[in-house]
Design a protein around this ligand. Structure first.
Ligand SMILES: Nc1ncnc2c1ncn2[C@@H]1O[C@H](COP(=O)(O)OP(=O)(O)OP(=O)(O)O)[C@@H](O)[C@H]1O
Length: 714
């Protein structure tokens, strides 16, 4: 992709695009489902017929309920014939028993429809998955299959519930209306108008309510997705000082969900009104018009029978219908629609899925850096506002001790005391001297008169910030818990602006802890951490984020566009800067494949390496002068890692890398070797000669010339 291509795609709608696609997908859900629904009903005519027959028995039970009560009163109790009255009530009781048997038949009939639906959905899912995988010559998407299988269970339950309530309402209403007509047709004049009006109002709310329900579900899903993404990248978010950006994004989603919930609540109120009109108003009218009805010859028994129909049958059926059809109905439509319109990864037509997953193209040899050459990216970005570090001063790496033990004297002493300048001089800003002051409290650079800062044991941390180390540890001690053994113990370290250093050591030795201390994510229990001459303690996250960025292994990417993801530490980054950063880090093929910076980014569709590329472009753009990479390139192949690292080293500022491979350490100017009881600091060549642990990590034997050392682990 060229810059021109990027420019053309830039105009595409960014943030809302994903949501827009979702809303669009739901618009004609019912229309899309109708042909399938008709076909399904046609195929299962017998089951539908059986269900209707059992339901008629339920109607009969409803009919008998009111009818028996009316006759028990009129023909029995009111005439002083309690025996007759009790007989009618006994008939009603038998009707209830018959109704129970009918309900059993209804459930059996229901299974005849619901189970085939579920089987059909599962079959469709599996067929699609296997077909899709064949079409794309890859493994079936097990997660999508599992998701859809789960959704087919939801569909089954939802379908069963809706069928049950809808059918129950229809047949109950039939039985009740027939009963009212048989008792006194005039009762229908009182009951039917509000019933029809209420049901009409309910039906009118269905469509808008389904829309609001869908909006609410979408908003809820978006918020849940954001929460998941943030949880996965919490360390990244905290380290990058992106709390405000992430909080703002979350706040947007929370208020969108709140708005959707409010809109839904308004329609729910309308639905409650419908229930009142259809279910309660007829009861009220029946009571209010009782004298008039009695005057018209309606008996007291018929009135009580009518009330029985309304309160015992119609009202509960209406209530179930309105609550059930509202929530479960919408959910059912949403879920079934997902089967009709396949989600990503499960194409309806396997043949249509022709675009294979292309791995990111490795960088060309033209731009591949070596350990000795650090290429400038083809199109260097405009100098970053805060990226110009303080004037270059000689590097003064100092390491007194780690875990309370004296530092590895050889490497440290060499750099610290003899002014050996073999490895300095990065980007012309440095004179190559390694400075003085291996001992704690000695000002780096004190020997050449630049005196960038002075530490005293009294804790004086006054420092000239223009020439101060980019990152400094002064006797730092840290343990995970009051009784735990310190992971870092009395460590001194000084990294000058513009330096590129690597941190290596066995697993679990404290490399991540060290970067977290340098980033201010962890607070030391003893000693001081300084960034650019000022103690890190007490600074606000916003202040810290302007000074340093820590990129952990798990890169934080969120649903949005690539542009939003790439520029979230520098929202004001110019388009040309973005293009240059993408190109320098080697992420152009990735962006090309997804359709440019304004293409939607779905975190689930990125591999761990691709997520890391996104995070690396992001920090290539970041303005903070100190960059800490904690195995942030571990999922990249060696060539891609070298390219990305070179791009970050070429960026103005200081780079501290926890090396995943030794090749990474070879590219650094100096290497800090942590080994628990001893620590060493020096160039790769020096450490090969002086540090047994480093030789071990490099997989070489002592005494071998450094030029011929194999690149172990790279
Ligand atoms: N949150 C924590 N609570 C308690 N102990 C911890 C915690 N995080 C790390 N540790 C311990 O601190 C020590 C150093 O961990 P750290 O992650 O800094 O090592 P590392 O050198 O980065 O390891 P690796 O190379 O495997 O990533 C380990 O022994 C680890 O078990």
């Amino acid at each position: 992709m060229t810059g021109h291509d990027v420019g053309r795609r830039r105009g595409g709608g960014p943030a809302g695009s994903v949501r827009h696609v979702r809303a669009g997908a739901g618009a004609g859900a019912l229309r899309r489902l109708l042909p399938d629904a008709r076909g399904f009903a046609g195929e299962h005519r017998r089951a539908v017929g059986g269900l209707a027959l059992w339901s008629l028995l339920e109607s009969a039970q409803t009919f008998l309920g009111g009818y028996c009560v009316a006759h028990a009163l009129d023909g029995g109790f009111l005439r002083g014939r309690p025996g007759t009255g009790l007989l009618w009530l006994a008939v009603a009781a038998v009707a209830v028993l018959v109704g129970g048997a009918a309900l059993r038949g209804v459930f059996a009939g229901l299974a005849g429809l619901v189970e085939p639906l579920r089987d059909g959905l599962v079959r469709r899912t599996v067929r699609r998955s296997i077909g899709g995988a064949r079409g794309r010559d890859k493994e079936p998407d097990a997660a999508a299959v599992s998701r859809l299988t789960h959704q087919s269970e939801i569909a089954r339950d939802g379908f069963a519930g809706i069928l049950l309530t809808l059918r129950s309402f229809v047949f109950t209403a039939l039985g009740a209306l027939a009963g009212l007509a048989s008792l006194a047709p005039v009762l229908l004049w009182v009951v039917v108008p509000p019933l029809v009006a209420g049901v009409g109002l309910f039906l009118a709310t269905l469509r808008p309510m389904a829309g609001r329900q869908r909006e609410f579900l979408d908003a809820d899903e978006a918020l849940a997705a954001q929460a998941g993404e943030v949880a996965a990248g919490l360390r990244d978010v905290a380290a990058c000082g992106a709390r405000e950006v992430v909080t703002a994004r979350a706040a947007e989603l929370v208020s969108a969900e709140a708005d959707a919930a409010r809109a839904l609540a308004r329609w729910s109120a309308a639905r409650t009104l419908a229930l009142g009109v259809a279910g309660q108003l007829p009861v009220l009218l029946l009571l209010v018009t009782a004298p008039w009805l009695l005057g018209k010859g309606v008996t007291a028994g018929a009135l009580l029978g009518g009330l029985t129909y309304l309160t015992q049958a119609l009202l509960p059926a209406l209530h179930s219908l309105m609550t059930g059809l509202g929530a479960a109905g919408t959910r059912l439509v949403v879920v079934l629609d997902r089967f009709v319109t396949p989600p990503d990864g499960l194409p309806e037509d396997p043949g249509a899925a022709t675009e294979p997953d292309v791995p990111p193209t490795p960088p060309t040899s033209r731009t591949r850096p070596t350990s000795r050459t650090r290429p400038t990216p083809p199109t260097p970005p405009t100098p970053l506002a805060r990226a110009s570090p303080t004037p270059r001063t000689p590097p003064h790496p100092r390491l007194a001790r780690v875990n309370g033990a004296p530092a590895d004297g050889q490497a440290t002493a060499r750099g610290a005391h003899d002014g050996d300048g073999r490895t300095g001089g990065r980007r012309g800003g440095r004179d190559g001297r390694t400075g003085t002051g291996a001992d704690r409290g000695t000002a780096p650079g004190g020997d050449n008169g630049t005196a960038p800062g002075r530490t005293t044991d009294s804790g004086d941390t006054s420092t000239d910030r223009t020439t101060a180390p980019a990152a400094e540890l002064r006797g730092v001690t840290f343990a995970y818990g009051p009784r735990a053994r310190p992971v870092i113990d009395g460590l001194d370290l000084s990294v000058m602006p513009g330096e590129h250093i690597a941190v290596v050591g066995p697993s679990g030795i404290g490399k991540s802890t060290l970067t977290a201390l340098l980033a201010g994510v962890l607070t030391p229990h003893g000693g001081t951490v300084l960034l650019h001459g000022a103690p890190i303690g007490g600074r606000s996250p916003a202040e810290l984020s302007g000074e340093r960025v820590l990129v952990p292994q798990q890169a934080y990417v969120f649903t949005g566009t690539f542009r939003e993801n790439l520029t979230y530490l520098r929202p004001d980054a110019a388009h040309e800067e973005l293009v240059a950063a993408v190109d320098a880090v080697g992420a152009m093929p990735l962006l090309d494949r997804f359709g440019g910076p304004d293409a939607p980014l779905d975190p689930a569709r990125l591999s761990p390496g691709e997520r890391q590329l996104v995070a690396l472009v992001r920090v290539r753009l970041a303005a903070a002068p100190l960059l800490l990479l904690d195995e942030a390139t571990c999922h990249l192949d060696p060539a891609a890692e070298a390219r990305a690292e070179a791009a970050l080293a070429a960026r103005a500022g200081t780079l501290i890398v926890v090396a995943h491979r030794l090749s990474s350490a070879r590219r650094a100017e100096r290497v800090l070797v942590l080994d628990g009881s001893r620590a060493a600091y020096g160039t790769h060549g020096e450490l090969i000669e002086t540090s047994a642990l480093y030789r071990d990590l490099a997989g070489v034997s002592a005494g071998l010339p450094t030029a011929s050392q194999p690149r172990a682990r790279s």
